[in-house]
Write a protein that binds this ligand. Sequence first.
Ligand SMILES: C[S@@+](CC[C@H](N)C(=O)[O-])C[C@H]1O[C@@H](n2cnc3c(N)ncnc32)[C@H](O)[C@@H]1O
Length: 206
Amino acid sequence: MPSLSPAAERNKGPIFEILNPLLPTGAQVMEVASGTGQHADYFCEKRPDLRWQPSDPDQASFENIMEFYRARKSEAFQEPIRWSVFDPLPEPLQRSFDAVVNINMIHISPWEACLALLDHCKIWLASGGLLHLYGPFILGDRPTAASNLAFHQSLQARDPRWGLRELDQVVAAAATRGLLWKKTIDMPANNVSVLFSAPRRDFPSR
Ligand SMILES: C[S@@+](CC[C@H](N)C(=O)[O-])C[C@H]1O[C@@H](n2cnc3c(N)ncnc32)[C@H](O)[C@@H]1O
């Protein structure tokens, strides 16, 4: 039996509700930092038309995702890749995706990991493609919840390069890579889903 993350078990349903209507039939989805693989498994169960590429650099996480992959036996669930945003792109990732999904990573890694993720999105996302970031953020328009402040401090104590990100800074970094902020949606437990889109590239008709 694969290990389960209680947080992923709680948030997979609410995240699915947000993303499901935004993913076209047959959408190619790249998931960065899949962790246990629960989100990949849930989306592939609910949407067998998707082509969901899970990835994570951590060996134990990778093996856990492999357990889900073998059990699901669905064309939707692509073979997981052991990969960090700091690595060069392996062959299976050298293509475009309709959506990139990243859940609870950018505060548990250095700021450079967020920038590297955005760099990859610039290359990956097809015209009008979607980037979904999920997690706790420092939001410009409201005070940070006490639980999120405490979490931020505990992350910084573990590694001073970690910590909750200011959403305005993430939006600005995305904009310099041509990724446009679309929407921030409140989610349970003081988390948010943040949606970005790649510009539409309309080719002139002949
Ligand atoms: C808190 S877990 C979240 C996992 C999963 N997305 C979830 O929500 O359950 C953070 C994940 O980020 C991954 N991670 C950390 N640094 C990374 C990097 N440089 N590139 C890709 N993933 C990374 C870790 O291996 C870990 O699985």
